[in-house]
Design a protein around this ligand. Structure first.
Ligand SMILES: Cc1cc2nc3c(=O)[nH]c(=O)nc-3n(C[C@H](O)[C@H](O)[C@H](O)COP(=O)(O)OP(=O)(O)OC[C@H]3O[C@@H](n4cnc5c(N)ncnc54)[C@H](O)[C@@H]3O)c2cc1C
Ligand code: SF4
Length: 523
């Protein structure tokens, strides 16, 4: 129990410093030394729990991480004021709580760190007017680029090519480059070596999950009336919620999973929910660990033992964090708020209700959705090529898709969720993030997974009874959006294939697709 009154010897503090739930960075300069005139404030607020329906595990993980962070700060001697979700003093929004706290502790100024989400940024920009005392802003000292650096890098350029940005980041941060700033191993990108399916009879050895009991927090969330999705097993909670746990997870990942990370990073199986993925995204996104320390640790593993941690394994991993993660943040701050309205294909359909239950005969979707509800997690290819792929092929409105992704994943914070979902996965931005829409027929899912083996549908049928829905919907997508896709040089070949089919074949495929879309709720 963190009791605000008992933590403070003084009744007044010159400065109130706000720490948001995703700013749990113990190495932030704010905490370098103890200052009797500073009161650090953390709060669990309904404005943040309710802007979308979150997975129960996400709410639990954030509250648990915040509470433990507050305790760590207090143990270091800092003054901390913590508002729990059910505290009677809790006014439910950041601004209203700060008003009360500043008055109560006679604060002369408020400080906050740059938030990562547009919604919160807008609220905090109004603070000074609302509270009536000076407000100061500092960096969160987490990312490897500033908010505006991305815009400057791409200034005057027609496209935002991730690969160019990534190479720039490799040189800037001296990661996997030699003394002449050339890539170690002679290539910047080893993607060709990756993209393998889980081999037959392969035994998956991954980091063991260590669990903790979060019954108390789960009860408090239930009492508060916050509406959530998904499941939680309170006595076995797996997510890392302290810096120490995150560092242990990183070490385990490096020794157990990294040697196969790249090779199997796109693979999917019914038998395992995270394979060789790190599950570090939550710890990274709430800033328990920094991207640079993760990257440097992984780079060190390669230099220490290049036979075990080969270049394709570690380059693939580093690109995700040094490249994609920073790139998505850059896109977010250069494109918001207009980005949240983009709908290039003018899609309108609601998400089928089985996205919230996993009750579908489509085996790949059933697995990706069910594990998301069970663990608040799916790996990148499940998100992109199973759920995202289906949503785009079925013409689901990007608002609906965003709401689902933003709620369900443990690591879902808007700056990295919306850019991946609306941008990379739904192509609703018309090509700002991706150079082409990520769509596929059953062929890709069959190649990269074992899902098709036990599916009600047949992966090799386009039409007829039990034909895989991905097949007809895939060609239907090209037919429906031919005008918009024609100018894309990466799609010309598929449009040609479609155009060269006989009229009868095309008609049968389109009929199959439209019948599937009509009965989408029962697929
Ligand atoms: C539709 C869609 C929605 C997504 N939504 C989110 C989200 O809300 N939050 C989120 O953190 N990631 C999101 N991602 C990216 C990626 O799926 C997750 O970062 C990853 O699955 C997290 O699991 P992990 O830590 O085991 O990742 P690993 O596979 O082990 O990768 C290591 C780290 O690289 C970073 N990373 C990997 N891919 C990306 C990417 N495309 N963009 C940004 N960072 C990346 C993450 O920090 C991740 O922890 C999304 C991807 C898609 C296709
Ligand atoms: S057959 Fe089609 S629906 Fe079934 S698992 Fe394979 S790709 Fe998914």
């Amino acid at each position: 129990m963190i009791d605000a009154e008992k933590t403070n010897m003084n009744n007044s503090f010159n400065s109130v410093k706000l720490i948001l739930g995703d700013q749990l960075n113990l190495n932030h300069p704010w905490f370098n030394s103890v200052n009797e005139n500073i009161l650090f404030v953390l709060m669990e607020v309904r404005s943040e729990t309710d802007y979308v329906k979150h997975h129960i595990q996400k709410v639990v993980a954030i509250f648990d991480a915040m509470r433990k962070f507050a305790v760590e700060l207090k143990e270091k001697g800092h003054h901390v004021h913590y508002l729990k979700i059910n505290d009677s003093e809790n006014k439910a929004t950041i601004t209203e709580n700060l008003k009360v706290i500043c008055t109560k502790f006679s604060a002369k100024e408020v400080h906050y760190q740059l938030p990562d989400e547009f919604r919160v940024d807008e609220e905090l920009k109004q603070l000074e007017g609302e509270i009536g005392i000076p407000v100061f802003i500092s960096d969160s000292y987490h990312f490897l680029t500033t908010r505006n650096e991305f815009g400057e890098f791409f200034k005057g350029k027609k496209t935002f090519l991730m690969e160019n940005f990534y190479r720039h980041m490799r040189v800037k941060h001296q990661v996997l480059v030699d003394s002449l700033n050339k890539p170690v191993g002679g290539r910047w990108n080893f993607d060709q070596e990756n993209r393998k399916k889980v081999p037959k009879n392969h035994v998956i050895h991954t980091v063991l999950l260590t669990s903790k009991n979060v019954s108390g927090i789960v009860e408090e969330i239930e009492q508060s009336g916050i509406k959530t999705i998904g499941k939680v097993e309170p006595s076995e909670f797996y997510w890392t919620t302290t810096r120490d746990q995150a560092l242990i997870l990183l070490e385990e990942f490096v020794s157990v999973s990294l040697p196969l990370f790249g090779t199997l990073q796109d693979a999917m199986t019914e038998n395992h929910w995270y394979l060789y993925h790190s599950r570090l995204s939550f710890a990274l996104n709430v800033k328990l660990i920094s991207p640079l320390e993760v990257i440097k640790r992984v780079e060190k593993a390669y230099f220490e033992n290049p036979d075990l941690c080969e270049l394709n394994q570690i380059e693939g991993f580093i690109r995700q964090i040094l490249g994609w993660r920073e790139y998505m943040r850059g896109i977010y701050w250069s494109q918001m708020p207009a980005y949240a309205e983009l709908n290039f294909f003018e899609n309108k359909r609601p998400l089928p209700s089985w996205f919230w239950t996993g009750n579908t005969k489509i085996n790949c979707l059933k697995h990706a959705i069910s594990q998301s509800l069970d663990y608040a997690y799916a790996h990148h290819i499940q998100r992109l090529m199973v759920t995202g792929n289906f949503a785009l092929l079925a013409g689901i409105h990007p608002d609906e898709v965003d709401k689902w992704y933003l709620g369900i994943y443990i690591d879902a914070f808007e700056w990295v969720e919306i850019t991946n979902t609306r941008g990379m996965s739904q192509f609703a931005d018309g090509g700002i993030v991706g150079t082409k829409p990520y769509v596929s027929s059953a062929a890709y899912i069959h190649k990269m997974s074992d899902y098709c083996r036990n599916c009600y549908y047949s992966y090799d049928k386009k039409v007829g009874e039990k034909a895989c829905p991905f097949n007809s919907l895939y060609w239907n997508f090209f037919d429906q959006h031919a005008e918009k896709l024609r100018s894309n040089p990466r799609l010309g070949m598929m449009l040609n294939v479609w155009n060269k089919m006989t009229n009868d074949d095309r008609t049968a495929i389109l009929l199959q697709a439209s019948s599937y879309l009509e009965q989408i709720e029962t697929l």
